[in-house]
Design a protein around this ligand. Structure first.
Ligand code: PMP
Length: 406
């Protein structure tokens, strides 16, 4: 008989190879977090450049105070789901805040962003329906497809022509068609061509769901994300997102104007059968959303910082994603070499994300940096120079001649 864990052999081998070269992010322990941009790791002061803490709000004094007050007033947790234990006033207040922020009628708050996708996507699409998803979708979108009962069709990453072609093939099917894309892609950092996707959606009478996990608080004049930046707010049917990135906490949400939205509250299993967000998180997210609305300068600072990091790494000769944004991914191919380089960065006091398949498209290994509004220019220049040092040491710079010529 096969051993229970035998089927993980390839995963174990790959992980073992990474551990052997020191490239094991699970092994990283943040002994102390000194600020939004620095922590003590292995006794070393380390610049955090892989946190998704885009607006730097994890230590916002008002958000911290709001969370502390909520613990004092309501306790540490809700100890159950809303359908069983009822809601706390904060849950509804946050849903109202988010609906107002997006200018939509309805919002449901989930316990994580992962569950928001899991719940929204698996519940919206029924057994006769079609989910047409971008091939580079986040794991939560893939898992939602597996949880639900709809037929799943993948289209080529960010390719409206391929999406159109695939929708045309099912044009005579009576089921609903729901297109799922992301605003900013979490690993490569590229943006969906939303205007083009909206045109295709309209042509085929489909619905469009956009996961704005990495673009909320980052893009658009008021931070609503790519849909605001592209001026398609009214053409997107469902928006999901998370509080674990620009909001600096944890949790997720689903937004829509659909008149029958509220039925989801008693039909969506990843919403119904898990404990609701604790009051402290609700309070800190409400405060962080208020900060985002009151301080547009944070987003401006974030984008200045994006320029510093992206332009610096580009000038050094690294192969980066083609679209600029707060996810700045250095593209490599060999996972072990990426692990070695990642470890060398850590030893020099720079923390980035090591991103490998299946989180990345196959054949792509990334040193994924994420930019924070709270980074100083000096910190980001330091990150560029340490990455360059490591890049030279391990031969990661694909075009050194070009780099010298530039
Ligand atoms: N969607 C995308 C695109 C993500 O990148 C992530 C997390 N990295 C999620 C959803 C899940 O969010 P959370 O971590 O809040 O569960």
């Amino acid at each position: 008989m096969m051993g229970l864990f035998d089927r993980f052999k390839s995963v174990r081998d790959a992980h073992g190879a990474l551990k052997a070269c020191g490239g094991d992010p699970f092994g990283v322990k943040m002994e102390r977090v000194l600020s939004t941009t620095e922590a003590m790791i292995e006794g070393r002061r380390t610049i955090l450049c892989g946190t998704n803490n885009y607006l730097g709000l994890t230590f916002d004094p008002d958000s911290v105070a709001a969370a502390q007050q909520a613990i004092a007033d309501f306790g540490t947790g809700t100890t159950g789901s809303r359908i069983a234990n009822g809601s706390y006033s904060g849950h509804q207040a946050l849903e109202q805040d988010l609906a107002d922020f997006y200018g939509k009628k309805h919002c449901m708050v989930f316990t994580t962003g992962y569950q928001a996708n899991l719940g929204a996507i698996s519940t919206l699409a029924g057994p006769n329906d079609f989910l047409i998803i971008d091939a580079d979708s986040h794991a939560s979108i893939y898992d939602a497809c597996r949880l639900g009962s709809a037929t799943v069709i993948r289209f080529k990453h960010n390719d409206p022509v391929d999406l159109d072609r695939r929708l045309a093939r099912i044009a005579n099917e009576p089921g609903n068609k729901i297109i799922v894309v992301e605003g900013i892609y979490s690993m490569l950092g590229d943006h969906a061509p939303l205007k083009e996707f909206v045109a295709v959606k309209k042509k085929h009478g489909a619905y469009l769901l956009v996961d704005e996990a990495h673009s909320m608080g980052v893009m658009g004049a008021t931070g609503r994300g790519l849909l605001e930046a592209e001026g398609v707010d009214h053409d997107v049917d469902f928006v999901t997102g998370t509080f674990s990135k620009s909001m600096g906490a944890i949790g997720g949400f689903l937004i829509s104007d659909h008149p029958e939205f509220d039925i989801l509250r008693v039909a969506c299993r990843p919403y119904m059968f898990t404990a609701s967000l604790p009051p402290s998180i609700i309070a800190s997210v409400r405060q962080s959303l208020a900060v985002l609305r009151a301080k547009p300068e944070l987003m401006r600072k974030l984008w200045q910082n994006v320029d510093t990091l992206y332009n610096g790494l580009q000038a050094a000769g690294f192969k980066l994603g083609t679209q600029k944004g707060p996810v700045v991914a250095v593209h490599l191919t060999d996972p072990v070499l990426a692990g070695v380089a990642w470890n060398a960065l850590l030893k020099r006091g720079v923390y980035v994300n090591l991103a490998l398949p299946p989180a990345t498209p196959s054949g792509t290994a990334l040193l994924r940096c994420s930019v924070c509004a709270a980074h100083s220019t000096e910190q980001l220049q330091h990150v560029v120079s340490v990455l360059t040092e490591v890049g030279e040491e391990f031969g990661l710079l694909p075009q050194p001649a070009l780099r010298i010529a530039a």
